[in-house]
Design a protein around this ligand. Sequence first.
Ligand SMILES: Nc1ncnc2c1ncn2[C@@H]1O[C@H](COP(=O)(O)OP(=O)(O)OP(=O)(O)O)[C@@H](O)[C@H]1O
Length: 247
Amino acid sequence: MIEIKQLRKEFEDKEVLKGIDFRFENGKTSLIIGQSGSGKTVLMKCLVGLFDPTAGEVLYDNRDFVKMNKKQRTMLRREMGMIFQSAALFDSLSVLENVMFPLDMFSDKSYKERKRRAEFCLDRVNLLEAAGKYPGEISGGMQKRVAIARAIVMEPQYLFCDEPNSGLDPKTSLVIDELIHGITKELGTTTIINTHDMNSVMGIGEHILFIYQGNKEWEGTKDEVIGSGNQRLNDFIFASDFMKRNK
Ligand SMILES: Nc1ncnc2c1ncn2[C@@H]1O[C@H](COP(=O)(O)OP(=O)(O)OP(=O)(O)O)[C@@H](O)[C@H]1O
């Protein structure tokens, strides 16, 4: 579980996060949603240590990330898997080598064991047959699946996904959502997805944090979104492509 308490982030004189409390729970897919500029990315960056919060706590199973020294943070980062907006694969490495990369960097297992683990993860995302291909030879959706395999190869406890569906069609997005959600259940990870995609919200949003101008405006489940009675959430949802498509 990751718990944030009164999390604040300022840049010079601009207050972006204004004191957010939230619990991202184990084995659940939590989604951060909100308008462009509301502070979602800044929050995610505070969680993974790319930004230091101005105030507040970020507790990884009761371990305060903000107070950790560099070495402790490095150790904790090994418990994190990350999937970026662009799949961020290495073009010069094969699909298998991309997935093996974190193991090559951080694991002292034998080559055979590392390869077996990477193949297991590729199989989990149904891409074993593409192991020998290069990122430039596979589709955007497949690249995202490789990124997912790479993110789980170290068996992370915490999984961060920044706009995992960006640039993908709705059908492929659904495959990616279901993969991330399924893996969350299997591994019991604390999974946090930063998204604009209302299909994701309504499909896999077990716990949703809606940010409005740097504040937590609403939290709840996908079943509580419609009928929340929150005007700002309603405005956000009704302006989305999801509502336009499902009218
Ligand atoms: N390094 C920075 N320095 C100063 N201001 C920043 C910095 N990073 C982000 N901001 C500001 O913080 C605010 C929130 O940005 P953020 O990227 O978190 O929005 P977002 O909700 O993720 O938007 P989007 O959905 O468009 O990605 C914006 O006004 C942005 O200009």
